[in-house]
Design a protein around this ligand. Structure first.
Ligand code: NDP
Length: 248
C-alpha cells in the first residue's frame, strides 16, 4: 500500500521536519500551510530534489470548506490518505487569564482544536474500514503545556492542547477496531518560530534551566517520535503519548 501523509503546518518548524523525515521514509507528502507559501514551497522542493513525492496546498485548518478542499486535493493528486499529522498550531502573546478576551480564545481554539477535529474527521472518512478504507494512523502534535498549564504565558493554549489530548484518547477508542491508530506527541521547549509569536523569541534561553536535560529540543527530535508512532513499529500503540521534552 502506498504511504500517503498529510502534515498540517508542514512548511515550517516541527511540521517541516516531519515532512522531510516522512519523505525519507517513503511517504508521498502533502503539506498544508496557512500563509507562508515560500516556506512550504521550499520543503516541497527539498523533498523533490531527493527524489521524493510532495505537494503543498494552502488551507486554513479552522475553515471547514478549506479542509474539505485540502482533502479533495489529496484524493485527486496523491490518492487515499494513510497518515495524518495534526501539527498546525498557534499561540498568542503571553498574558494572564484575567486579561484574555473571547476573540483571542476563540481564534486559538478554532485552529488548535476545531482544526484538529476537522482534519481527523476527513482522515477517518478515508482510512476507516467502516468507510471502505484500508486503515491508517493519526498523530496529534500536542504540548507539554497540556499538563503544565503555561501559567502567566498562555493558559488558553495549554487548554487547547489538553482538548487535543482528549481528542486523541476518545478518537483512538472510537476507531481502534477500524484499523486506525491515534496517538499524541507532547513536545516541550523546541527551537522554532512559535516562541516569537508568543512575544518572546528568547523564551527557551530563559526557561532551559528548568529542563532536566538543560537544553531546548530540535524539531527533528519531535519528528522522529511522530514518525515512529505512525509506523508499523508502533502497531499495538494507540491512545498513547510520547513526551519529547528533555524531562520537563
Ligand atoms: P511554528 O510557529 O514554527 O509553525 C506553525 C505552523 O502551523 C506553520 O507552518 C503555520 O503555517 C501553521 N499554521 C498555523 N495556523 C494554521 C492554520 N490555521 N491552518 C493551517 N496551518 C496553520 O510552530 P511549531 O513548529 O513550533 O509548532 C508546531 C506544533 O507543535 C504546534 O501545534 C505547536 O503548538 C506544537 N508545539 C510546539 C512547541 C515548541 O516549543 N515549538 C512545544 C509544544 C508544542 P504558515 O507557515 O503558513 O504560517
Amino acid at each position: 500500500m502506498e504511504k500517503i501523509i498529510l502534515i498540517t503546518g508542514g512548511g515550517r518548524g516541527i511540521g517541516a521536519s516531519c515532512a522531510l523525515l516522512a519523505a525519507e521514509q517513503g511517504y508521498a507528502v502533502c503539506i498544508a500551510y496557512r500563509a507562508d507559501e515560500a516556506a512550504a514551497a521550499e520543503v516541497v522542493a527539498a523533498i523533490r530534489t531527493r527524489g521524493g513525492k510532495a505537494l503543498a496546498f494552502q488551507a486554513d485548518v479552522s475553515d471547514e470548506d478549506a479542509v474539505k478542499a485540502l482533502f479533495a486535493h489529496i484524493d485527486t493528486h496523491l490518492g487515499r490518505l494513510t497518515a495524518l499529522i495534526n501539527n498546525a498550531g498557534i499561540l498568542f502573546p503571553q498574558m494572564r487569564v484575567e486579561q484574555m478576551d473571547a476573540a483571542r480564545i476563540n481564534r486559538l481554539l478554532s485552529t488548535n482544536v476545531t482544526g484538529s477535529f476537522l482534519c481527523a474527521r476527513e482522515a477517518v472518512r478515508r482510512m476507516s474500514t467502516r468507510h471502505g478504507g484500508l486503515g491508517g494512523s493519526i498523530v496529534n502534535i500536542s504540548s507539554r503545556a497540556a499538563v503544565l498549564g503555561a501559567p502567566g504565558e498562555y493558559v488558553d493554549y495549554a487548554a487547547s492542547k489538553a482538548a487535543q489530548d482528549a481528542l486523541t484518547i476518545g478518537l483512538s477508542k472510537e476507531v481502534a477496531n477500524e484499523k486506525i491508530r491515534v496517538n499524541g506527541v507532547r513536545p516541550g521547549l523546541i527551537h522554532t518560530d512559535i516562541h516569537a509569536s508568543g512575544g518572546e523569541p528568547g523564551r527557551i534561553s530563559r526557561l532551559q534551566s528548568s529542563v532536566p536535560m538543560a537544553r531546548g529540543g530540535e524539531p527533528q527530535e519531535v519528528a522522529r517520535a511522530a514518525l515512529w508512532l505512525l509506523s508499523d513499529q508502533a502497531s499495538y500503540t494507540t491512545g498513547s503519548f510520547i513526551d519529547v521534552s528533555g524531562g520537563r
